[in-house]
Design a protein around this ligand. Sequence first.
Ligand code: 5EF
Ligand code: ZN
Length: 263
Amino acid sequence: GAKWTYDGPQGQDHWSERYPYCGGALQSPIDFESDLLRFDPTLRPIEVQNYKLSPNEQLTLGNNGHSVQLSLSPMMSISSLHNRYTAAQLHFHWGSASRPAGSEHTVNNKQYAAELHVVHYNSDKYPNISTAVDKSDGLAVLGVLVEVGMFNPAFEHILKFINGIKYRDQKVKVPGFNIRALLPTRLDEYYRYDGSLTTPPCYPSVLWTVFRNPITISRKQFLTLATALYSSNAQDSAPMPLNNNYRKTQPVDSRLILVSFKE
Ligand SMILES: NS(=O)(=O)c1c(F)c(F)c(S(=O)(=O)CCO)c(N[C@H]2CCc3ccccc32)c1F
Ligand SMILES: [Zn+2]
């Protein structure tokens, strides 16, 4: 993608100079501060379809210079929202080896080690994600907070290939696996609000669902994610480590943060 970074002269404090929406309303991520939460009894459990991919499916795992992203099957979707949202890709945000705090959303200002985003687009209304990405009802992203703890076997389906995509624009084909295993057990407890892409162009086009319960990965798995990748390409003389790829929390303003759980 275009030249923007998380720190330095092209860093997040300068995004709005080139990408006006980044300085606009409805920005993500945000802090889920207890006093701002409102229980909404109409929020139904999230239902996903076809997340259990066959190992015969080939997915593309890539380093796009901002994150590690995995292309997803167009058979995958969220079926419990007003429109059907079809999966496009998943990617991660993380901290660094010395500071395992890199989630984008925070809970009462607690930042988790990392965060997984599964990006979907409104396939009832738009033919593909590129046409949906700048529409107010265009995207739905599932967010999963990640903390360091028990080893996570599902995460290995991605981590075991990570040394093949160390540098920007490198891609490898990986076998499909059960993407549902990357989500927490309970899909009925989540935060819900209207927000944006957390990277430029920061379009306010995302219906955010962030699950209440984190998943865990082991310290070794976290260190692999936090130390394996570079945002620079292979031939660059000065390799730039890819870490701390999270946007700071943004003003909530007058937005409602809904929760599907009572306490
Ligand atoms: N945190 S987030 O969920 O807001 C989010 C990202 F953080 C992120 F890095 C990306 S990206 O495509 O890897 C790089 C910049 O778009 C996307 N990519 C999305 C947005 C634009 C687009 C177009 C085609 C496929 C995926 C995406 C994204 F939605
Ligand atoms: Zn993201």
